[in-house]
Design a protein around this ligand. Structure first.
Ligand code: FDA
Length: 400
């Protein structure tokens, strides 16, 4: 039976980075045998498609408050141990050109493929078995037994880096959660995050004609000082709403809840519509709205408010205020999300209370580690999720 010092399950961002870090840390002990196993045909598939093919590989504003978790401070130690700058240094050493798009989000100038190549190069010295099914993992009291489609392997340590459930057609499974439960760890129920939100069937007729319309918006969830707000793009789709602002808020939203959308955050419509009315107001309501919104959206809102072809001059103050509220504080109750098929991440996962924050090791099962998205740590949109993959992998590798 083959023996490995460390077997890593999953050749995604966290698994590949962890293998490279173990190899680097043990460079003086070349006999440390590391194996990475994945059932997919290629390593790092989600890296390849990330950031529109350019991989938003980190965010310079990374800090623990950019992550959702039942234990919000859990991720702080790993993030402090390996910073965004640490990854940027690595990217620089590999000669990969990058740029900051916005809000600290760093992307490759050329291709996400460069990040995968860098990670594969860094883990030379480890073995990588692709197209290999993992059937079972047990512990016989001395070491782990990993049953795969290529035979049963023994290992001193197992690192679970099998990711979350989003995008099953790319190889995502709930395997990591099953394994956690099998070894007695608790799992916070996984749900789709960073995902487009959908409207009720009866509202779809209204939203379909808007499909493709994009605006800058402020989307909020909750009320008052505890509200969460994101200002970014919003896109109408055939099924509801998407775009970065909606993906961000989707991670905070729960079914049955309302979100509020300001469709023209730089314009106070309450004041502006009255001013426009005062300047003559012979124009149609939709034309007046069209000065602040894309014309298709302006027409749809005027229509929905029963003001199609109505003149601005004929509207009372209270009618204008209702119109302004529909634009600046549109209250929206999505019925659901597009789910695992398109979600960028999984919220929930292996309960942080059962892991050691310093090295990601299971408290009750020495030698068993969980890293990356399988853990109940989920970043905002913008490179945070990869930074968590790198940082949690680094934390585990340091103690291996
Ligand atoms: P990851 O999912 O990368 O890897 C898990 C691996 O385990 C996969 O290779 C899978 O095949 C394997 N596996 C699963 N079950 C298995 C089983 N039973 N047997 C064998 N192997 C198994 N983040 C970010 O920071 N910036 C970005 O630009 C983007 N963009 C983006 C776009 C899209 C479309 C998606 C879907 C996601 C993103 N993300 C992102 C999120 C990011 O991709 C994600 O958080 C990381 O890939 C998580 O890394 P992990 O290694 O934990 O899981």
């Amino acid at each position: 039976m083959d023996y490995f010092d460390t077997i890593i399950l999953g050749a995604g961002a966290a698994g590949l980075f962890c293998a490279g870090s173990i190899i680097e840390n043990n460079s003086t002990h070349a006999d440390h045998k590391v194996l990475v196993i994945d059932h997919a045909r290629a390593a790092g598939e989600k890296i390849r498609i990330s950031g529109g093919g350019r991989c938003n590989f980190t965010n310079l504003a990374t800090s623990h408050d950019r992550f959702l978790s039942q234990n919000p401070r859990f991720c702080a130690s790993a993030l402090a141990g390996f910073s965004a700058r640490g990854f940027v240094d690595m990217v620089d050493r590999a000669g990969i050109a990058w740029h900051e798009k916005t809000l600290g989000q760093l992307f490759c100038d050329e291709s996400a493929r460069q990040i995968i190549d860098m990670l594969l190069h860094r883990m030379r010295g480890a073995q990588l078995w692709l197209e290999t099914a993992i059937n079972a993992v047990t512990h016989d009291g001395k070491c782990f037994l990993v049953t795969t489609s290529k035979g049963v392997l023994r290992a001193a340590r197992v690192v679970v880096a099998t990711g979350g459930k989003s995008i099953p057609k790319m190889g995502a499974t709930g395997f990591g959660y099953e394994l956690a439960r099998q070894f007695g760890l608790r799992v916070i129920e996984p749900r789709a995050g960073l995902v487009p939100l959908t409207f009720a069937e009866q509202d779809l007729d209204k939203c379909r004609p808007l499909a493709g319309v994009a605006v800058q918006a402020v989307v909020s969830h909750g009320h008052g000082r505890s509200a969460t707000r994101f200002r970014d793009g919003l896109l109408f789709t055939h099924r509801g709403v998407s775009g970065p602002a909606i993906l961000q808020i989707s991670s905070f939203w729960q079914p049955g809840e309302e979100i509020t959308v300001d469709l023209a955050p730089d314009h106070d419509l309450k004041t502006l519509l009255r001013e426009q009315r005062g300047q003559g107001g012979r124009i149609a309501v939709s034309t007046a709205l069209g000065r602040h919104l894309p014309s298709r959206l302006a027409e749809a809102i005027a229509d929905e408010m029963g003001l199609k072809e109505k003149r601005l001059a004929d509207q009372t103050n209270s009618r204008l205020d209702q119109l302004a509220e529909r634009v600046n504080a549109w209250r929206l109750r999505p019925v659901g999300s597009e789910g695992w098929r398109t979600a960028e991440v999984t919220l929930g996962g292996v309960d942080c209370r059962d892991l050691n924050a310093r090295d990601m090791q299971a408290r009750q099962q020495p030698g068993l580690y969980f890293i990356g998205e399988v853990v109940d740590v989920t970043g905002w949109l913008g490179g945070y999720n990869f930074q968590w993959a790198w940082a949690s992998a680094h934390a585990a590798a340091k103690s291996i």
